[in-house]
Design a protein around this ligand. Structure first.
Ligand SMILES: Nc1nc2c(ncn2[C@@H]2O[C@H](COP(=O)(O)OP(=O)(O)OP(=O)(O)O)[C@@H](O)[C@H]2O)c(=O)[nH]1
Ligand SMILES: [Mg+2]
Length: 568
C-alpha cells in the first residue's frame, strides 16, 4: 500500500506540474492565435478552415470505418476448478481412518447478456476472469463452486469468437500450457505435467509415482483428459457467434454457491469453468486402502471475443453531404440530438442517434412550434450567446416548465432515428468517408433517402445513393421506404405562380422517378417534400416513419420466441 500511495503522490505532483506548464503554453498559444487572427484576411481564414476540414475528413477516412462503430476485443478466462484434497479421517481411538479428502468446486462460468441500460461498449471490461472453485477439504467437504459471472453488453451487440491465427486471439487453456512446456526434455515435461495435475500427501510424491495404483489412476486421468480436449476442439470448430439484439428475461437455474439465488438471468454461456479435481477418497479401491494422491482442478476455458456494437436506430437517414440530414434529425428531436449542422460537406463524421417521441394526435415533441428555425449550429450558438448577453433568457422558462404548453401530454410511441455521414458516388471505393458506416444501418427497420430538392436533379442523387447501398450489400436499397425532398422552402420562395408550378412539376418528376426506378419489396415508396430548417411537413414525415416502424415490429414481435439461441 505504501508504495502505491507514494507512487500516486509522485504521479499527481508531476501531473500538476504538467498542468501548470501546459496552462502557460495555452496562454502563449492563445496570445499567438489572437495575433494570428488579426493578420488573417477573410479569404485566408476560409482557406484555413477548408484545410482543417479536409484534414479532419482524411483522418476519418484513414480509420477505415473502425471508429464509426464501437469495436472491442475481450479476453475471457472462466474460473479454474478447485483442487481435490488428500486427507485421512482422524478420530479418537481411530488412528487410521479412511481417506476423507473431497472434491474441488467447479470454476465459475462466464455469460454474456444484452441489457437496455447500456449504450456503448466502453464499460465492458477487456479482461474478464471467472471466480475459481474452492479447493476440496478433509472430512469429505467439497470445495464451493465459483459464482457465475455475467458480462453485460448493450442491446445490438454482435459477438464473435476469434479463432485460428487471428493475431488478436489469446491462447486457449491447452495452448497456454503447451507454451510453458516448450523447450523441455521428455522427463522434465512429464514432471511438469504431473505437477499441474496431481496433489500428493506431503513427502509421498516419490513413493506415489512408483506405485501401480497411481500409474493406473494416471492412465484413467489421461484418457478423461483426452476426451475433454476432443470436446473442446469440437466446440472450437463452431465458434461462438451471437447477435444480441433482443432482450432475454428467462431465468436459468445455476449451480451457485450457498447463500446466492438458485436461479439467475444469465444470458449466453461463452466460457465454462474448469472441473474441480478429485479428492483422495475418490481413489479408494480394494487394493489401495489409503490413496495418498488427489487431482488438481482444470483450467477454465479461455476465449477471445470480438464485440461490435451496431447502432440500432429504427430509421436510418441516407443522403449526400449537405442534403440536410443533421438538420432534419435536430428538427425531429427538437434539438435534443446534437448533430452538427454546417454548410460544408462531411460535417457529420459519426452516426448520431436521436429519439422521436410521438403523441396520440400525431404531433411530436418539439414539433408543435411550426415557425421554429433549425439553423446551422454555429449560427444558433451565436444567437444564443447574444440573447444570453442581452439578458433575454433571464425570465425564460425551463424545459419542464414550458412542457405543459409546448409538448404533447401523452407520449404514445417513440422510435429512434440515425443521422449518418454523407454518402457519395464511389463511396464503395473509399471516396469521401467510404461506406463502412452503412454497417450501422444494416439492421434499421427502414431507410429514408434525404435529398436536396432545390438541387438541379434530385433523382440523380437518389440513383447514386441506391447504387452505393447496393454495392455495400446487395438488396439493402430495398429497405428504403421514404424519400424526403428537403429544402423545399427554397423552391417557389419568390411566391409567384410560375415558381410554384415549377416546384410542383419537379415533385411530380421525382415521384415518377421513384415509382418507376426504385425497387421495393412490393411496397410504395413515399415522397414527401419538406423543410427541415423551417420545420415544415415534419408531422407527415413522423407519421410515415411511425407506420414503417410499426409495420416492421409486428412480425418481429411474433417471431420473438423463435430466435435461435446459441449454446456452447
Ligand atoms: N434552406 C434550407 N436549408 C437547409 C435545410 N436543411 C438544411 N439546410 C442547410 O443545409 C446545410 C447542410 O445541412 P446539414 O444538416 O449539415 O447537412 P448534412 O446532410 O447533415 O451534411 P453532412 O453532415 O455533411 O452529410 C446547412 O447550411 C443547413 O442550414 C432546409 O430545409 N432548407
Ligand atoms: Mg450532417
Amino acid at each position: 500500500m505504501a508504495w502505491r500511495s507514494i507512487y500516486g503522490r509522485t504521479c499527481l505532483s508531476s501531473l500538476s506540474r504538467c498542468r501548470i506548464h501546459s496552462s502557460n503554453l495555452s496562454t502563449n498559444a492563445a496570445e499567438a492565435s489572437t495575433s494570428q487572427e488579426k493578420i488573417l484576411s477573410p479569404e485566408e481564414q476560409e482557406l484555413k478552415d477548408a484545410l482543417f476540414r479536409k484534414r479532419k475528413t482524411d483522418w476519418k477516412r484513414r480509420q477505415g470505418g473502425q471508429s464509426f462503430l464501437d469495436n472491442v476485443v475481450i479476453n475471457i478466462r472462466a474460473g479454474k476448478g478447485g483442487d481435490g484434497c488428500v486427507a485421512f479421517h482422524r478420530e479418537k481411538f481411530k488412528p487410521y481412518g479412511p481417506p476423507s479428502g473431497a472434491k474441488g468446486g467447479r470454476g465459475g462460468d462466464i455469460y454474456i447478456m444484452p441489457t437496455p441500460h447500456l449504450t456503448s461498449l466502453s464499460s465492458v471490461p477487456r479482461r474478464v476472469r471467472g471466480e475459481a472453485g474452492g479447493n476440496g477439504q478433509g472430512t469429505w467437504q467439497n470445495g464451493r463452486n465459483g459464482a457465475p459471472l455475467v458480462i453485460k453488453v448493450p442491446l445490438g451487440t454482435v459477438v464473435r469468437e476469434l479463432t485460428g491465427d487471428d493475431p488478436r486471439r489469446a491462447k486457449n487453456e491447452w495452448e497456454a500450457e503447451e507454451e510453458t512446456l516448450e523447450g523441455l526434455d521428455k522427463d522434465e515435461r512429464r514432471t511438469r505435467w504431473r505437477e499441474r495435475r496431481w496433489v500428493h500427501y506431503p513427502q509421498y510424491e516419490d513413493d506415489n509415482v512408483q506405485r501401480l495404483e497411481f500409474k493406473e489412476a494416471e492412465w484413467e486421468f489421461f484418457k478423461a483428459e483426452r476426451e475433454i480436449r476432443a470436446a473442446r476442439r469440437q466446440r472450437e470448430a463452431s465458434p461462438i457467434t451471437l447477435d444480441l439484439d433482443k432482450l432475454e428475461d428467462t431465468e436459468q437455474p445455476v449451480d451457485a454457491p450457498l447463500g446466492q439465488p438458485r436461479t439467475h438471468q444469465l444470458g449466453h454461456l461463452v466460457a465454462s469453468g474448469g472441473i474441480g479435481g478429485y479428492g483422495n477418497s475418490h481413489f479408494l479401491t480394494m487394493t489401495n486402502r489409503s490413496p495418498k494422491f488427489a487431482t488438481r482442478g482444470y483450467d477454465g476455458e479461455r476465449v477471445t471475443l470480438a464485440l461490435e456494437l451496431k447502432i440500432l436506430a429504427d430509421i436510418g437517414l441516407v443522403g449526400m453531404p449537405n442534403a440536410g440530414k443533421s438538420t432534419l434529425l435536430r428538427a425531429l428531436t427538437a434539438g435534443r440530438a446534437k448533430s452538427e449542422v454546417a454548410s460544408y460537406a462531411f460535417t457529420t463524421l459519426n452516426p448520431v442517434v436521436g429519439v422521436v417521441r410521438v403523441a396520440e394526435d400525431g404531433s411530436f415533441v418539439g414539433g408543435g412550434v411550426e415557425e421554429m428555425v433549425h439553423d446551422e449550429t454555429w449560427v444558433e450558438e451565436k444567437r444564443h450567446q447574444e440573447l444570453m448577453e442581452t439578458g433575454a433568457y433571464a425570465g425564460a422558462r425551463t424545459r419542464n416548465q414550458s412542457k405543459q404548453s409546448d409538448e404533447p401530454d401523452v407520449e404514445m410511441f417513440r422510435f429512434t432515428i440515425a443521422d449518418n455521414p454523407g454518402l457519395i458516388s464511389q463511396a464503395s471505393e473509399n471516396v469521401g468517408l467510404g461506406h463502412s458506416f452503412l454497417r450501422s444501418m444494416e439492421r434499421s427497420l427502414a431507410l429514408a433517402y434525404v435529398v436536396d430538392f432545390a438541387g438541379p436533379a434530385p433523382w440523380d442523387e437518389i440513383r447514386v445513393l441506391r447504387d452505393e447501398l447496393e454495392k455495400y450489400k446487395p438488396g439493402m436499397s430495398k429497405q428504403a421506404r421514404l424519400v424526403i425532398a428537403n429544402k423545399a422552402d427554397l423552391l417557389g420562395a419568390e411566391g409567384d405562380g410560375e415558381d410554384v408550378d415549377a416546384a410542383r412539376l419537379k415533385l411530380q418528376q421525382l415521384q415518377e422517378f421513384v415509382r418507376t426506378e426504385l425497387a421495393t419489396n412490393g411496397r410504395a415508396i413515399d415522397v414527401i417534400p419538406a423543410s427541415a430548417k423551417f420545420s415544415q411537413n415534419l408531422r407527415i414525415i413522423v407519421r410515415a416513419m411511425r407506420s414503417y416502424v410499426e409495420d416492421a415490429q409486428k412480425p418481429v414481435a411474433l417471431s420473438l420466441n423463435t430466435v435461435g439461441v446459441h449454446s456452447i
